[in-house]
Design a protein around this ligand. Sequence first.
Ligand SMILES: Cc1cc2nc3c(=O)[nH]c(=O)nc-3n(C[C@H](O)[C@H](O)[C@H](O)COP(=O)(O)OP(=O)(O)OC[C@H]3O[C@@H](n4cnc5c(N)ncnc54)[C@H](O)[C@@H]3O)c2cc1C
Length: 380
Amino acid sequence: MSEGLTAEQEMIRDAARTFAQEIVAPRAAEIDRTHDFPADLVRRAAQLDLMGIIVPEEYGGTALGHLAFAVYVEEVAAVSGALAVILDVHSSVGTEPIVDWGSDEQKRRYLPRLAAGEMLGAFALTEPESGSDAASLQTTAERVGDRYVLNGTKTFITNVGVADLYIVMARTGGPGARGISAFLVEKGMKGLGFGQPMHKMGLHGSPTGEILLDDVEVPEENRLGPEGAGFKVAMKALDSGRIGISAQAVGLARGALDLAVEYAKQRVQFGQPIIQFEGIQFMIADMATAVDAARLMTWDAAAACDAAEPFTLLASMAKLFATDTAMTVTTDAVQIFGGYGYIKEFPVERFMRDAKATQIYEGTNQIQRIVIARELLRGD
Ligand SMILES: Cc1cc2nc3c(=O)[nH]c(=O)nc-3n(C[C@H](O)[C@H](O)[C@H](O)COP(=O)(O)OP(=O)(O)OC[C@H]3O[C@@H](n4cnc5c(N)ncnc54)[C@H](O)[C@@H]3O)c2cc1C
């Protein structure tokens, strides 16, 4: 692991590593097999103060920042991609928008409970007909007196059904980005329903699915940010959210690399451990180099974010590189395991399935290239 962390960041890394290796790792294969949401592990993360890292201290968080957050998410993802995405979405896109945009009253009402893990957060932007083109979303929020009435369907929502608070983007005005507002929708509000969990390739145990909004009455005080600012709320959330996704990807790649190295030391063919073959050594060298580069890019974006410097470009580049690295490295890890890599008794195929999602969510890697090019063309 690269150096340069503060004492506090090292403390988080050590706490997260112990949690991941001793408590999560023994459960990871079972979570993948049963698809069960690991509620007890989420509670444990909360007890370890890992769920409020981005929340200011005055609202019950530890305010350790995005670099500490990236370090923690990497440790969890190195053993369980599913738990990593549950915890990442909760803190980043599920909580941070309230830190950035919430009124004092909203912050007091929600942040302490989110930081303590008493509430789990979720973020609902995607719809069946609007994914990458998020500004074309169709869910409506019609103002009636001092409330908004929300109607529509959100899809692919992480933590669906198990989350207590959903940041929902809906249309309050005309077409395009400026007609969108953000809302804090609580589980239990009348008219809020959930579809069946989607059957995914990987990340089993992290529930993903539809949110059904049928005349959900949301009080005006639950609008997050000004009317018409919902697209900005979402884009800002995704900007810093991509640091978390990059960290997930680094963790998945590192976890698969460690497994591959261990296996290569033990598997004997042609009378010697396969790690003695130059062909395998070169694969491992390339994998380790890519993991380290991905981590440095992730930390660079996180450090810029913590220093309140522009970081959109850095976060998009980190997301693009780290998630492509996760896919390449986990695929190569399966290759190093040979036939055993392709069967479920060995853990590497899970890392490969989990890694694929990181290239898709919080902006596909095609969209990251668009963001990167736009930032470069802007030239400031
Ligand atoms: C496991 C998982 C969890 C998710 N969790 C959440 C969540 O919690 N909240 C949430 O709101 N969403 C979530 N999503 C949704 C995710 O963000 C979207 O799937 C993603 O943004 C892509 O949208 P889409 O699936 O509609 O694909 P589309 O936008 O239809 O894209 C299809 C293909 O076209 C490409 N493409 C699209 N536009 C362009 C373009 N302009 N130039 C070049 N190529 C383009 C895309 O890159 C992709 O390859 C999740 C998705 C998954 C798989």
